[in-house]
Design a protein around this ligand. Structure first.
Ligand SMILES: Nc1ncnc2c1ncn2[C@@H]1O[C@H](COP(=O)(O)OP(=O)(O)O)[C@@H](O)[C@H]1O
Ligand SMILES: [Mg+2]
Length: 135
């Protein structure tokens, strides 16, 4: 199970959010967590449109071994070749925005997910990888 959505206009953010929700449901997440994953995906996809113009979002079911056995999760990766993020700490602060937004997208997405990693390069763009694990 892996999917990819190319993102270059507003409708793709809606589709990415709904795709995340549908895959989370397939993996067996409860409804509230499907909604959390949906919102986090919508935020990082809207950022691609707003700050990089275009990019892509990858969805994948992932697994890890824990003491009780195999744990399933969902991984969502939002990738662009935009301007990059100069200060990764700043953008994770509540209320920081260089645009017209509320500056709550990235800190909100981070809180909604279990794992949240940003890598960014001024020449190459930004990649955000987030994961949520099913209990
Ligand atoms: N994909 C991206 N490429 C470049 N900068 C980004 C990207 N995503 C987020 N940012 C930067 O991080 C800031 C915070 O993002 P976010 O928390 O979503 O708040 P908002 O979108 O409301 O500004 C943005 O204002 C922007 O400066
Ligand atoms: Mg945003």
């Amino acid at each position: 199970m892996a999917e990819i959505i190319r993102v270059f206009n507003e409708i793709h953010a809606v589709i990415a959010g709904r795709t995340a929700h549908r895959l989370a449901q397939q993996i067996g997440f409860p409804l509230g967590e499907c909604t959390a994953i949906h919102i986090a995906t919508l935020e990082v996809t809207r950022n691609i449109l707003e700050y990089a113009g275009h990019g892509q979002v990858l969805f994948e079911q992932v697994e890890r071994q824990d003491v009780l056995g195999i744990q399933l999760g969902i991984e969502i990766q939002a990738i662009d070749n935009g301007p990059g993020i100069p200060d990764l700490e700043a953008v994770l602060q509540d209320g920081f925005s260089t645009g017209k937004g509320l500056g709550k997208g990235l800190p909100g997405a981070k809180r909604l997910m279990d794992d949240f990693e940003i890598t960014s390069d001024m020449d190459k763009g930004t990649s955000i990888t987030m994961r949520k694990w099913k209990l």
